[in-house]
Design a protein around this ligand. Structure first.
Ligand SMILES: Nc1ncnc2c1ncn2[C@@H]1O[C@H](COP(=O)(O)OP(=O)(O)OP(=O)(O)O)[C@@H](O)[C@H]1O
Ligand SMILES: C[C@@](O)(CCO)CC(=O)[O-]
Length: 588
């Protein structure tokens, strides 16, 4: 540690590993865990002022610094900006972030009650590759929405974004979009897909705006030319937080590029994981504002940190209460998209209207939904909560059923959602509710550990399910490892039921996904190399074209998915992908 408020860290930009001086931002010092604080003395609280707009960390970035070896990130001192640049081109890297579902409490959350939202295993994947320095462009390739656009880096309005009073740093908290900055990027957004129909242009412009605002806020005009290729397995506009997941990907990629993140790596203390997630989340929220105007922040929070959160907003002038629920079990989840478009605003207005016409009744329904969330929260946070016990799963499942009934009473279901519930209830395979705003969108089903057909002797899974005599519920009551049995018991039969259900659902125009609840948040694959079992030693490099050629959700998951395969007893995270996991104790 140097006396001048800097610390020394290793860099990997030159053979022989040099040591360089970096300033340690106050925010990091304030948040570092005691273990890290042993290395970083309090007097290292140097000011952020060492980072000037003209000296963004991007300037110093054409070095290959894997995030898993980066020390706690900090802006470089002006002196280090002049160091030798050894590698002109970085290898491609990837980031990935999940979508989300609201498990309990939608609509009631609008009226001040708490809700619980959880990450799902459907994810967005962003591939970042670098072009030669002579190519002064930044390119977006977003094939899911058929959008492709290239800007000339030197023409972008860097001056406006770096003006005193306008410049924002990676550690800043931005809670509203600056109208002057929005005005400055508008001509560049207008360049995107000028001939597309208005409805398509709106989608393209929302994504372009989210990217450009973050890019101009976090990078600098000396940024290396890049291509950002994004593909997602999350259906768009279905209430699953696709926009938040892309904002999280963009925010993470840019923060990594400017070296404002440390890790992720296995022995990172929880507080440091939280600090990195928080930094990503702040900027993802900015990206969400570009797409949504006035988002609640729950989607980007869940997408950044993963697992699940309790979310409550009593006073709209204050930040919401967000409590991570690290105990939320990683349950298999059936997700069915009605493909019925809906407007969140319309559904929210319906409830507001009901409330004004039938105030006492509506209030009671909203209170009851609040109690559902409270009951789930109480269970999840009770000291003897056992995520593997069948009784816990049953409790959570019953709350799902109750919650759906209450949402129906509020008038926010839809005949298609009811049809899905009917088809699924008929198999007795789990507990189903609508998720999100309703009026269309998606339904979720928490799957029972064992298909009812296995326990009651029916083999085809198409019998009428009688929940009052649910033998499957009792058959695994004494199972000490119910979570493993969730997938392993009666696996074949269960998948037979799921497959036959899929046929029926598809026949009626619905789209079915098998996902997992409460998984990892944002992940990093640096460099973009994976062991896919069919490659030369050292792994398969994922280049832009390979990524673009992957066919559909299955192709994307096979090539780069963070989880190795579907329907496995244990869904293993693929080697290579790394996550910030504040719920894990670091390896000693
Ligand atoms: N795969 C993607 N590629 C590019 N842009 C995307 C992608 N997914 C989402 N977006 C952007 O996010 C917008 C979708 O946001 P919208 O709020 O309508 O849906 P959602 O985020 O899936 O749903 P919700 O916010 O209700 O959970 C799109 O218009 C587009 O701008
Ligand atoms: C219906 C609602 O509760 C959830 C929409 O996903 C609206 C909101 O919370 O903003």
């Amino acid at each position: 540690m140097a006396a001048n408020g800097t610390m020394r860290r290793k860099t990997h930009d030159a053979p022989g590993e040099t040591l360089e001086a970096i300033a340690v931002p106050r925010e990091i010092m304030a948040n570092l865990c005691p273990r890290a604080a042993v290395t970083l003395q309090p007097r290292t609280m140097s000011s952020h002022a060492t980072q000037t707009p003209e000296h963004s960390p991007v300037d110093a970035m054409p070095v290959q610094l894997p995030p898993n070896v980066a020390s706690t990130a900090a802006p470089p001192t002006p002196g280090m900006l002049h160091r030798k640049q050894s590698s002109p081109m970085m290898p491609p890297f990837m980031v990935s972030a999940p979508g989300k579902v609201i498990v309990y409490g939608e609509h009631a959350v609008v009226h001040g009650k708490a809700a619980i939202a959880a990450a799902i295993s459907l994810r967005s994947y962003l591939h970042v590759s670098f072009l030669s320095k002579s190519n002064r462009t930044v390119k977006l390739r977003f094939p899911d929405i058929q959008m492709e656009h290239t800007w000339n880096i030197d023409e972008l309005p860097w001056d406006v974004f770096s003006k005193t009073g306008k410049k924002k740093y990676y550690y800043d908290l931005v809670t509203s979009l600056d109208p002057d900055l929005m005005a400055a990027i508008q001509p560049f957004i207008d360049q995107v897909s000028p001939k597309a129909p208005e409805s398509i242009r709106k989608i393209h412009h929302a994504s372009a705006c989210s990217f450009l605002y973050l890019f101009l806020s976090l990078a600098s005009r000396k940024v290396p030319p890049c291509v950002y290729t994004l593909r997602s397995t999350i259906p768009i506009g279905a209430g699953l937080g696709s926009s938040a997941s892309i904002s999280v990907c963009i925010s993470t990629a840019l923060l990594l590029q400017i070296r404002a993140l440390s890790g992720p790596h296995q022995d990172q203390p929880p507080q440091e994981c939280e600090l990195n997630i928080e930094r990503i989340n702040r900027w993802a929220f900015v990206g969400e504002m570009c797409i949504h105007g006035n988002p609640s922040g729950v989607d980007n929070t869940v997408s950044s940190g993963g697992k699940a959160v309790l979310f409550q907003r009593r006073d709209y002038d204050k930040p919401p209460l967000v409590v991570p629920l690290y105990n939320f079990p990683e349950l298999p989840l059936l997700l069915v998209n009605t493909r019925q478009s809906r407007s969140t605003a319309t559904e929210v207005a319906k409830v507001a209207n009901l409330r004004s016409v039938h105030p006492a009744i509506t209030e009671n329904i909203l209170n009851a939904i609040g109690l559902v969330t409270e009951s789930a929260h109480k269970l999840l946070t009770s000291p003897d909560f056992d995520p593997t016990s069948h009784a816990s799963l049953k409790h959570l499942g019953e709350l799902v059923t109750i919650n759906h009934g209450l949402l129906v009473s509020l008038g926010v279901s839809h005949p298609k959602l009811e049809r899905i519930r009917e088809l699924i209830d008929h198999t007795g395979i789990g507990w189903t509710k609508l998720t999100g705003a309703g009026g269309g969108g998606c339904a979720i089903t928490i799957l029972k550990p064992q298909p009812p057909a296995l326990s009651n002797g029916h083999g085809n899974g198409t019998h009428h399910h009688d929940s009052s005599s649910d033998e499957s519920d009792t058959s695994s009551e004494n199972d000490p490892d119910c979570s493993a049995s969730i997938i392993s018991n009666g696996t074949k039969l269960k998948y037979k039921i799921l497959d036959s259900l899929e046929v029926k659902l598809e026949h009626e125009g619905f789209e079915k996904f098998e996902t997992t609840l409460a998984g990892d948040g944002v992940g990093v694959l640096w460099p973009a190399v994976l062991h896919n079992g069919n490659e030369e030693e050292g792994g398969e490099e994922i280049d832009q074209e390979k990524f673009l050629k992957a066919e559909g959700t299955i192709g994307i998951e096979r090539l780069v998915g963070v989880v190795s395969s579907r329907r496995k007893v244990v869904r293993e995270v693929r080697e290579g992908w790394k996550f910030w996991r504040p719920w894990e104790t670091p390896e000693q």
